[in-house]
Design a protein. Structure first.
Length: 392
């Protein structure tokens, strides 16, 4: 069976398990804080919706500038490991400030330092992973990327469960210390990781994707929709059902499905093409958003998770690989560009729901509309691509 053969080959890659463990522990650290962040700002510091959105947005703007700037120059660097090492130290300093904040200004400074370098970490980790596998096992590069991204996701959702329990044991400060431990683990593992560099001629020999501005914009819209859900679903669930831990449990269901769905989507993309699979994921997301808007049942929120898990698996797996293959000869820039798209989407996503009063499920009509527009763009891209194939 091809999947089992490829997976065994992946496990035999020298240094692959080190990368897998790095991404898993980093994911745990990030997942510990993710569902609690907006709630922490609201309940512990008493900030309003606009103040919370502005803190996220300003921090994200800095993150975007650093991510794409470092992505551009990173391909001229022989060793990329230094970038996430330094970034993790800055993030830890920011978290210490953030957990001791008692005002809007201090929270802004802390979050900016804690999150602004994170895009550099993600972008360069996946650039190093692509170079590593391309050098040692070029036949399974795309699936290896998907499995590593899935490993991060499994770590992230493990972190959600850990975060929920830390909240019970040590309130929000326990959650913040858990996030700090994630960055510390990342630093130590990277310190002992032996980076493998890649000759540019090897990367050029691999098949890439033609550049498509339409597809990049379509992926941006999908990411915008996911960003709105990521920030506002915890607030909506807390507002509707009155328990901040529920969001951790809702997201944790995703971990059960994500590794399987990422693997399935990766092989389907190899067989049918990336664009149709990305469209299928978008359809599942659309169904989920409509369910959020039309139902006030907690059971429905839980039942939608498997559908949404497939969308996230496609967005973070298939779409990430698709963007990277557009810039196959520049692993650092390609990986950073995907992170930059996600960050741009988050920035847009933070502000769009401000046009709706309060924190209600009606917010999710906005991501539903974004999904519809994105699917329209992808349909056009598919049509144009097939017309070009017929005329060739």
């Amino acid at each position: 069976m091809r999947i089992w053969h490829d997976f065994k080959l992946f496990l035999r890659i020298k240094g692959a398990l080190h990368l897998v463990l790095t991404l898993f522990l980093y994911g745990i650290g990030m997942g510990i804080l993710a569902p609690m962040n907006a709630i922490y700002l609201r309940e512990s510091l008493g900030l309003g919706k606009v103040e919370i959105a502005s803190i996220f947005a300003i921090s994200l703007l800095l993150n975007m500038v650093l991510t794409i700037g470092v992505g551009i120059v990173s391909d001229s660097m022989k060793r990329k490991k230094t970038i996430p090492l330094l970034a993790s130290v800055v993030c830890m300093i920011g978290l210490v400030i953030y957990m001791n904040a008692d005002s809007y200004a201090q929270a802004l400074i802390g979050m900016a330092l804690a999150t602004a370098p994170s895009g550099m970490i993600m972008g360069q980790l996946f650039a190093m992973a692509r170079n590593h596998v391309t050098r040692l096992a070029p036949d399974i590069v795309e699936m290896a990327q998907i499995w590593m991204r899935a490993t991060y996701s499994v770590g992230f959702f493990t972190g959600l469960l850990v975060g929920a329990n830390l909240y019970l044991l040590a309130t929000f400060h326990g959650v913040l210390w858990g996030n700090l431990a994630g960055y510390a683990s990342l630093f130590l593992l990277l310190l002992f990781y032996k980076e493998i560099t890649l000759d540019s001629s090897i990367a050029s020999a691999k098949a890439g994707e033609p550049f498509s501005l339409i597809m990049l914009f379509a992926i941006l819209l999908l990411s915008c929709a996911d960003a709105i859900r990521g920030l506002y679903l915890p607030l909506v669930v807390n507002e509707q059902f009155g328990d901040p831990r529920l969001m951790s449990f809702i997201w944790s269901i995703q971990a059960v499905f994500e590794l399987l769905f990422m693997t399935m989507a990766g092989y389907w993309a190899a067989k049918y093409g990336s664009k149709p699979i990305i469209m299928l994921g978008g359809l599942f997301a659309l169904i989920t958003y409509i369910a959020y808007c039309t139902s006030d049942s907690l059971t429905v929120f839980f039942l939608m998770q498997p559908l949404y898990s497939f969308f996230v698996s496609v967005l973070y797996g298939v779409a990430m690989g698709y963007v990277q293959r557009m810039f196959i000869h520049k692993a650092g820039f390609g990986a950073s560009l995907y992170v930059f798209i996600s960050q741009t989407a988050s920035l847009i996503g933070y502000f769009l729901p401000l046009f709706i009063d309060g924190v209600t499920p009606q917010i999710f009509w906005i991501p539903a509309a974004l999904i519809v527009v994105s699917m329209g763009l992808m349909t056009r891209a598919l049509y144009v691509g097939r017309q070009q194939q017929l005329s060739a």
